[in-house]
Design a protein around this ligand. Structure first.
Ligand SMILES: [Cu+2]
Length: 130
């Protein structure tokens, strides 16, 4: 259908190729560039995986499959200022899940459970890279 449309556009307008390029870009499916870059699961008192990799413009989903509440925030404790998109997760009751905000800066973002901030099993890193 788009091919037919493009032929018409090329026949009528000298700049038809530009129009066709625009149309194919609009109709192309997104290929692995959706907003959800990774998922971190909290289960049996630990985060899995400990490190996830995403691209700028993506977010991470945190899922609490543990039996207790967890409060997931950016490092460093207690100010949580390194990677503010991380702080959108916050408190997760058992069974709850929430997304971070979109990460834009290329950097490594450490996170921890604010209620158990020295527990290495509840610490991890979101690697944001192009
Ligand atoms: Cu904290």
């Amino acid at each position: 259908m788009y091919k037919t449309l493009c032929s018409v556009v090329v026949g009528v307008v000298l700049a038809g190729s530009l129009g066709c390029a625009w149309i194919s870009r609009q109709s192309a499916p997104s290929a692995g560039t959706g907003p959800v870059g990774a998922t971190v699961t909290i289960e049996n008192g630990a985060v899995t995986p400990k490190t996830v990799s995403i691209h700028p413009g993506q977010l991470v989903t945190f899922v609490n499959k543990d039996a207790k509440e967890h409060q997931m925030f950016s490092n460093p404790h207690p100010v949580h200022t390194d990677c503010r998109p991380m702080n959108a997760v916050g408190k997760l009751t058992p069974g709850q899940s929430r997304n971070t905000a979109l990460f834009q800066d290329v950097k490594n973002c450490g996170f921890h459970d604010h209620g158990d901030h020295d527990n290495a099993a509840l610490q991890g890193t979101i690697s944001v890279a192009n």
